[in-house]
Design a protein around this ligand. Structure first.
Ligand SMILES: C[S@@+](CC[C@H](N)C(=O)[O-])C[C@H]1O[C@@H](n2cnc3c(N)ncnc32)[C@H](O)[C@@H]1O
Length: 245
């Protein structure tokens, strides 16, 4: 499994030093163990993501990591939960990170950016809100949309992941209102209709979960540069083909 550079993880975690042991440990653990971080950083390639919008940014550790690694020139994080949004804003102090508090289900407004990230968020929204947010994300993204999503069709992994998510709603009131994963093909269809070339690949390496990474890029934009479970078949310098008609 790909790992993030431990020095980068330490630099990100240090920015949460004042947020208490739980937040600091959560951020470091997430960056250490979740395959989404390395897959997304790799997808930035040598040219980087440019301006990024991170929808449902949570505590902002991915945004901070992208900025500290030089993989994004600026990030706008959008988050509904007040505590997480405030922690993200504090962690990004002095970096090119701004955080907007917004309920994306009620107000699916996405600022224009080179790259739009939606990481582990869609399944927390009602179906109609997911569709509206995807359309807005596709319209806002000049180059790429990356979505980490829970695949409800992934057999036993899906049963386990959905069960875990439902349990965590009992344990934590902040875990989100619903557990509503939709087939990744639905998001892929919205992005293809908006002119993106789209790949869907497992993004669960080292975990028992049912996650996938949906990578959508405008024709001519380099696809993720390194082959891995998250980006099979993609090699350095390869380019997305135009979307299938
Ligand atoms: C599982 S967390 C993922 C956080 C972050 N993307 C990450 O990778 O660490 C889901 C996040 O989506 C946020 N979220 C859920 N529903 C939202 C909504 N309607 N509007 C904005 N953010 C929302 C939650 O508050 C939470 O921070």
């Amino acid at each position: 499994m790909d790992k993030l550079d431990p020095a980068l993880i330490a630099r990100v975690a240090a920015r949460y030093a004042a947020e208490g042991r739980f937040a600091r440990g959560f951020v470091a653990g997430k960056l250490r163990r979740d395959p989404a971080g390395p897959a997304i950083l790799r997808a930035a390639g040598v040219e980087g993501f440019g301006e990024v919008v991170d929808l449902g940014c949570g505590r902002g550790q991915l945004a901070v990591a992208l900025l500290l690694a030089g993989a994004a020139s600026a990030v706008t994080g959008i988050e509904t939960a007040p505590v997480q949004a405030a922690q993200a804003a504090r962690a990004g102090a002095g970096l090119a990170l701004r955080v907007i508090r917004r309920d994306l289900a009620a107000e699916p407004v996405v600022p224009a950016a080179d790259t739009v990230l939606i990481v582990d968020v869609l399944y927390q929204l009602p179906t109609a809100a997911q569709a509206a947010l995807l359309v807005a994300a596709a319209a806002a993204a000049r180059r790429r949309v990356l979505i980490r999503a829970l695949d409800p069709g992934a057999g036993a992994r899906a049963v386990l992941t959905i069960g875990w998510e439902r349990l965590s709603r009992r344990l934590s009131p902040h875990a989100g209102a619903v557990v509503n994963p939709r087939p990744p093909a639905e998001a892929a269809a919205v992005l293809r209709a908006a002119g993106f070339a789209v790949t869907v690949a497992p993004c669960r390496d080292g975990t028992p979960f049912a996650n996938v990474l949906i990578t959508a890029c405008r024709p001519g934009v380099p696809s993720p540069p390194a082959a891995s479970e998250c980006c099979p078949g993609a090699g350095p310098g390869t380019r997305c083909s135009p979307p299938a008609r």
